[in-house]
Design a protein around this ligand. Structure first.
Ligand code: S3P
Length: 426
């Protein structure tokens, strides 16, 4: 479906956005692992989290919707049930990779599949460390889905230094380690999102600039009440839209401010963005607060390597802020973007070329030179929700508006995007 957008002159108002996708996946998974009834408020309504819910239903968990929360009846330690069919994780890398860690520790066989895009993404990054733990797990010959897992008599703890800063890899190992009496250790040089550590209350030791994360059965989750703060990755599209639209002011309530995720706010502020934060609170160890954004003139800044994992999902929309900022936008050290829902470096570069600017693509990043033409432009989403929303925002900024092909993929993280936009576009 092609979605068209007209130029908007002003953003005004307040938004309450759905819960953070990464925290939502984990809240569902930990509620399902725990014995007894858990409640989750403000769960993400994304297709990705629906994939997690549907997999855990197949694993014997009862999950149902209450008026403003979901209720999960968890199974307890190693009590998940053998699924009757393959577990389809859809487009969700987090579901596929984290569930692999959990299933490696169960006493039944399972097969994990995904859609066309997810079936191209690298899985050896989790299969290899899980094998080191003694898991009986195989990816396809290309190192992709389907993943087949067989019961393993003898899972054991490991000490594993992450070769890529990836929260999905880290979490897959930690979730297998959750089933062992001995402590599994994961060592991370550059911090990646730490929701697994926070929600499971894991011990994290900082040593010589690295973090050592320890997990064992002692950390196995118990039934709990969760409140999921709103998704900062979803908020980022509206934050950048408000910054780049004249005479605008936007308040987004209860946004996740986890320190491993809020790099986007720090970078935008260093670019000159007028962003303030009020009413900071905390739930399940996760901080959140209200974000107030006003139109600002931005300047490009250098983006340091160690912040990349923190802003990995926001690089598409950050680059759009950079396009409209003074100076040229350039980012490197983000080759990981090539392994997301699309090859995001390519998808961004191809779309930016349509704006008539000079685009330099590197193996690990890209550079945008010149001012965009403001004529009506049609963009391509590459079936990737974050590319779709980035160029929706770009279209709203063009004098003649624009359009995004294959826009329906926004439902992967935010099915309510258009409705939220209508609420604040004046
Ligand atoms: C996620 C981790 C990140 C991120 C993804 C969600 C998570 O992926 O890009 O959208 O919830 O753990 P990597 O860990 O592969 O970098």
């Amino acid at each position: 479906m092609m979605q068209t957008f007209e130029h908007i002159s002003k953003i005004k108002g307040e938004l309450n956005l759905p819960g953070d996708k990464s925290i939502s996946h984990r809240a569902v998974m930990f509620s399902c692992l725990a014995e007894g009834t858990s409640q989750i408020e403000n769960l993400s309504d994304s297709e990705d989290v629906k994939s997690t819910i549907s997999c855990f239903k197949q694993l014997g968990c009862n999950i149902f919707s209450g008026p403003d929360k979901i209720i999960v009846e968890g199974k307890g330690y190693k009590k998940l049930e053998k699924p009757a069919a393959e577990l389809d994780t859809g487009n969700s890398g987090t579901t596929a990779r984290l569930i692999s860690g959990i299933l490696s520790a169960q006493n039944f066989a399972s097969v994990i599949t995904g859609d066309e895009s997810l079936s191209k993404r690298p899985m050896l990054r989790i299969v290899e460390p899980l094998k080191q733990m003694g898991a009986n797990i195989e990816a396809s010959r290309d190192g992709t889905l389907p993943i087949k897992i067989f019961p393993s008599g003898s899972l054991h703890h490991i000490k594993y230094k992450l070769p890529v800063p990836s929260a999905q890899v880290k979490s897959a190992i930690l979730l297998a380690g959750l089933h062992l009496n001995e402590k599994t250790e994961v060592i991370e040089e550059i911090p990646s999102r730490n929701h697994t550590e926070k929600l499971l209350n894991l011990e994290v030791e900082k040593l010589n600039g690295e973090s050592i994360i320890r997990v064992s059965r002692a950390n196995y989750p118990v039934a709990a009440k969760y409140f999921v703060p709103s998704d900062i990755s979803t908020a980022a599209f509206f934050i950048v839209l408000a910054l780049l639209t004249e005479n605008s002011e936007l308040k987004i309530n209860n946004v996740s401010l986890n320190e491993t995720r809020s790099g986007i706010i720090k970078i935008l502020k260093s670019m000159g963005a007028d962003i303030s934060i009020t009413g900071i609170k905390q739930s399940n160890n996760e901080p959140f607060g209200d974000v107030i954004v006003k139109s600002s003139n931005l300047q490009n800044v250098e983006i340091p390597e160690d912040v990349i994992p923190n802003i990995i999902d926001e690089i598409p929309i950050l680059s759009l802020a950079g396009l409209f900022a003074e100076g040229n936008f350039r980012i490197n050290n983000c080759k990981e973007l090539r392994y997301k829902e699309s090859d995001r470096i390519k998808a961004l570069c191809e779309n930016y070329k349509r704006l008539g600017i000079e685009v330099n693509e590197f193996e690990d990043g890209f550079e945008l030179i010149g001012r965009p033409q403001l004529k009506r432009t049609v963009f391509e989403s590459y079936g990737d929700h974050r590319i779709a929303m980035t160029f929706a925002v770009a279209s709203l900024l063009l004098e003649e508006g624009g359009a995004v092909e294959n826009f329906e993929c926004v439902k992967i993280s935010n099915p309510g995007f258009i409705e939220q936009l209508q609420r604040i576009a004046k």
